[in-house]
Design a protein around this ligand. Structure first.
Ligand code: GLY
Length: 589
């Protein structure tokens, strides 16, 4: 790890060091210390992007819980200590590997559009406030989809868990009621969004003064959320979707201009879906199906890279800083991002012939459009396909990932979100409500907060789920699970996961290096190759990429990845890593 990366990590972790739950397992950063964000374990591990949340998950494992219990407890704790990224007011995806029968289950508990939503619901609607992310799909009641997180957590624990829900919820009730120190990562986002957050009577209480952000390390208590969590622990999802808490969610949503009804909440259902999977580079990648476009993007990109001659891979194992390789990786994303824009929507409402889209012919066509030394226009990778008549519309960082591996070998890969920081920036029953409606196309051809251009199949409609990039992933080799990985970061989620997986599994980089290495991102539109300020790509590599025609634009960072690598042979049994870009620390034994 470079000195500057280490300094950045130490600053990000600062808020965690005073944590009452996490302190005993949090190593002090020292100049020569191994990268604390990636640690080896022998029995079980949790990797979440907030140190306290990893610690809560590890405590549940020690108390006899399995990966599902620990993942649920970690999600609940994340929702308390990092309300910017996820929580009971949001939704997500779980990919679960059950070691005893080697089964894989994918649960979709993504938010759904309320019944009164429509394709034109944002037409001519003025911004409901001022400041960043202030459109009607991003701020206030119209921005929220019906939350899926409570139903998702309930189902995870009921179906796969070994502990009562009340036990799994208990550490989060305690955190909410006793208080917790807010980490530097979370407080940083209270700067730009502070004025909007102060409009909410619950969030206003978190600030010490009328102006400015929350100081890192400030102890925040959330007693109203504590009461809601207690009810959830006692009565499960029913406590949130029906009765007084449901009524409060509806009334707070409507008071902020929303269209929720009690029936919307009662109608919420988790959907079990078949995960996507494909074999590349001698590994099996299992990942998220639609409504995520991320899993598809990763599998299409891997198919293209696997089809290219071996010479495109870096010749020096242990490093990804190779212009020819990064050029190929960037080019491989342009086609699938084009497909996303054109075809992706809720698979329960639009036709999405994924097998046809991933067919060998299409991959071969994209490989033949690839030029080893020239960045091609995204349109050169466009391959229109015929769809059936179900698509009748006209043409056209928040978020948190966690991985858990338990002592039996079960694995939970969960991505959970309220979309933009602090969701729609209002609360109900202490819960921060999501602004997931911004992941729909507000209008055909309009870009969302992540610059993703919306297509007709992704217009809002009653009960629909918006297209996501969240891609909880598990990679297998011939001996079983090898890597659990996932990310937060909008459209960059999938490109980041794929790079970390390739870094550690194809380029032989230790997990810590695979996580901290510079990343790139290209999503076809706009035609920009993003490089990181956090981990800058060496200047000579950037020069070579520019010479190939890439338009290089720096951004702060390319997503936030959590991952757990399972060892082979002499390798450590378990290495759990939390992205230094957000300050998480793993926990376990
Ligand atoms: N809200 C981020 C995603 O679903 O991709």
């Amino acid at each position: 790890m470079t000195r500057s990366l280490f300094r950045a990590f130490a600053i990000l972790a600062l808020g965690a060091l005073s944590s009452p739950l996490g302190a005993q397992n949090v190593p002090e950063p020292e100049a020569e210390a191994p990268p604390a964000f990636a640690r080896d374990f022998t029995r079980h591990a949790v990797a979440a992007d907030q140190p306290i949340a990893s610690q809560v998950g590890a405590e549940i494992l020690e108390a006899g819980g399995n990966a599902a219990d620990a993942a649920a407890a970690t999600m609940l704790a994340l929702g308390v200590v990092n309300p910017a990224s996820s929580g009971m007011g949001g939704g997500g995806f779980l990919l679960y590997y059950k070691a005893s029968d080697q089964s894989l289950t994918f649960l979709d508990f993504r938010e759904r559009a309320p019944a009164a939503s429509s394709a034109s619901m944002y037409d001519d609607v003025p911004n409901p406030g001022e400041g960043p992310a202030a459109r009607a799909s991003q701020l206030g009641g119209l921005a929220s989809g019906v939350p899926g997180e409570p139903a998702g957590i309930d189902m995870m624990v009921t179906r796969f868990g070994a502990l009562p829900l009340e036990t799994v919820v208990a550490p989060s009730v305690k955190l909410a009621e006793d208080g917790f120190p807010m980490t530097a990562y979370v407080t940083r986002m209270t700067g730009p969004f502070g004025a909007q957050m102060r409009e909410d009577d619950v969030m206003r209480e978190w600030f010490a003064s009328e102006q400015g952000p929350i100081e890192p390390g400030t102890v925040v208590r959330r007693p109203t959320l504590g009461r809601t969590l207690r009810a959830f622990g006692e009565r499960g999802a029913q406590a949130i979707y029906d009765g007084p808490i449901a009524r409060e969610i509806v009334s707070r949503n409507r008071a902020r201009g929303g269209i929720f009804t009690a029936q919307d909440l009662r109608d919420y259902e988790v959907v079990e879906r078949e995960p996507l999977s494909a074999d590349h580079f001698g590994l099996r990648f299992v990942t998220a199906p639609p409504p995520s476009a991320g899993g598809y993007t990763m599998l299409q990109s891997l198919a293209i890279l696997d089809g290219l001659p071996e010479r495109y891979r870096p010749r020096t194992p242990g490093s990804n800083a190779n212009a020819g390789w990064l050029h190929a990786v960037a080019e491989s994303w342009k086609g699938p991002f084009f497909d996303r824009q054109r075809y992706f929507g809720d698979p329960d409402h639009v036709s999405l012939p994924i097998a046809q889209m991933l067919s060998a012919d299409r991959v071969a066509a994209r490989i033949s459009a690839f030029h080893p030394t020239l960045a091609m226009p995204s349109a050169d990778y466009d391959l229109p396909i015929r769809l059936d008549e179900r698509v009748t519309q006209p043409d056209n960082t928040g978020t948190s990932h966690l991985c858990v591996v338990d002592g039996e070998g079960n694995i939970a890969s969960v991505t959970t979100t309220v979309n933009l920081p602090f969701g729609a920036r209002y609360t109900a029953a202490g819960i921060v409500m999501n602004d997931e409606m911004d992941d729909f196309a507000r209008a055909v051809g309009e870009a969302n907060a992540f610059g993703l251009v919306g297509g007709a199949p992704n217009l809002p409609g009653p009960g629909r789920r918006p297209v996501s990039t969240m891609s909880p992933t598990i990679v297998f080799d011939a001996d079983g699970p090898r890597l659990c990985a996932g990310a937060a970061g909008g459209s960059r989620i999938v490109t980041a996961i794929q790079q970390v997986a390739m870094n550690t599994l194809l380029l032989d980089m230790p997990l810590g290096d695979a996580l901290s290495a510079p990343r790139i991102h290209h999503q076809g539109t706009p035609n920009q190759l993003r490089v990181e300020e956090f981990a800058p790509l060496p200047e000579e590599v950037q020069r070579e990429l520019r010479a190939r025609g890439h338009v290089i634009e720096p951004i702060r960072n390319v997503a936030v990845v959590q991952a757990i690598r399972l060892g082979r042979g002499d390798e450590p049994a378990i290495t759990a890593g939390c992205d230094p870009r957000k300050g998480g620390l793993p926990a376990g034994r």
